[in-house]
Write a new protein. Structure first.
Length: 352
């Protein structure tokens, strides 16, 4: 596959992930918050098993396999339930924006726990993200603290789950960067998530699952959007332009709000869009704050949710041979080191 096509695949993944909030909400309205989520992630697990495959678990770092799996499942549970338990479609869209605090938190965790360097721009980036979310939650009144508090008090569980999910995903990205070592556990992680939803469903007091044509179709479409999103993203990060994909991924909240507004037939005011744009700006500023001048390396998110892994140097090389440690190596084509670095990116960027 050419680099251009791979980049297009990565961009397509971002578009697919942007439909997740609307898709999950449509399914949960038909099948319930727990039953609908269990159906979605079960179908996703099957799709990922067929497309991505099953990894060799003995090659995994045990810390990553255990904590990474638990964090991934916990995040997906928080994210899906935050949307499913929202009182109305607008609130579902709002909690999706709250969840998008994870890019800034990921940078914060990287600075605290992995030694990631950052410029002073990180502080205004965090401030912009928080201000944007406050603007979104304030409704048409804008930056209205009493109105924001009242909005949250109407359904504190959904907003708390969205915020907790952002924290967990940021921690997951940090663990992935430290311990994944190029291994991609997305398939077993999704299976664990599906199993978690079924356990919650079986031990809850929810009504029996009633399958309808609308619910089944919505479930299959949602599963395809999420599953194919992961598959296409893997192609994009392995062979595409990571600089472009990293920049594009930070506009996910705007795309997500736009798709959700159309899918859920919910009108969003100017204040909401301004707040969402500010959240995107804050995330982008945090990303820029971690870039080192003169280098192509940069932090990329795991999509719907995606990690802070480092992008390989994409500078073109000539075809001359170079001598390294007494041996002659040709720079023609991808080197073994380059392939390993690409695989590392695939494992570190597990998303949405």
């Amino acid at each position: 596959m050419t680099g251009r096509n791979a980049t297009l695949a990565g961009l397509a993944a971002i578009v697919l992930w942007s439909t997740m909030v609307g898709m999950i909400r449509l399914v949960t309205e038909s099948l319930g918050a727990l039953g609908g989520a269990a159906m979605i992630y079960t179908c996703c697990s099957v799709l990922l098993f067929l497309t991505v495959g099953w990894p060799t678990l003995r090659e995994f770092n045990r810390i990553y396999l255990l904590t990474g799996a638990l964090m991934f499942a916990a995040y997906e549970v928080c994210f899906a339930l935050a949307i499913g338990l929202a009182t109305d479609p607008r609130q579902a869209i709002e909690v999706g924006i709250v969840n998008y605090l994870w890019p800034c938190l990921t940078v914060l965790f990287a600075i605290l726990f992995t030694g990631q360097r950052s410029s002073i721009l990180f502080i205004p980036g965090i401030g912009l993200s928080i201000a944007g979310i406050a603007l979104v939650l304030g409704g048409d009144a804008g930056l209205d603290l009493p109105g924001t508090i009242e909005n949250i008090r109407a359904n504190p569980l959904s907003y708390a789950l969205a915020l907790l999910g952002a924290v967990i995903w940021s921690a997951y990205c940090t663990v992935t960067k430290l311990f994944a070592k190029g291994n991609n556990g997305i398939t077993p992680f999704f299976m664990l998530t599906a199993a978690s939803f079924w356990v919650l469903y079986l031990f809850s007091d929810t009504e029996p699952l009633r399958l309808t044509v609308t619910g089944v179709v919505a479930t299959l479409v949602a599963a395809c959007a999420i599953g194919f999103g992961y598959a296409l993203w893997n192609v994009g990060i392995l062979h595409g332009n990571m600089t472009l994909l990293a920049a594009a991924s930070y506009f996910t909240p705007v795309l997500s709000a736009a798709f959700s507004s159309l899918m859920l037939a919910t009108a969003l005011g100017v204040t909401f869009w301004v707040g969402t744009a500010i959240v995107c700006l804050g995330a982008t500023v945090c990303w820029v704050a971690t870039r080192e001048p003169g280098k192509a390396d940069e932090s990329t998110p795991p999509a719907p949710a995606t990690s802070d892994s480092t992008v390989p140097d994409e500078r073109p090389r000539n075809h001359a041979s170079v001598r390294v440690s007494g041996r002659r190596h040709s720079s023609r084509g991808p080197s073994a080191l380059g392939v390993r670095r690409r695989k590392h990116e695939a494992g570190a960027i597990d998303t949405h």
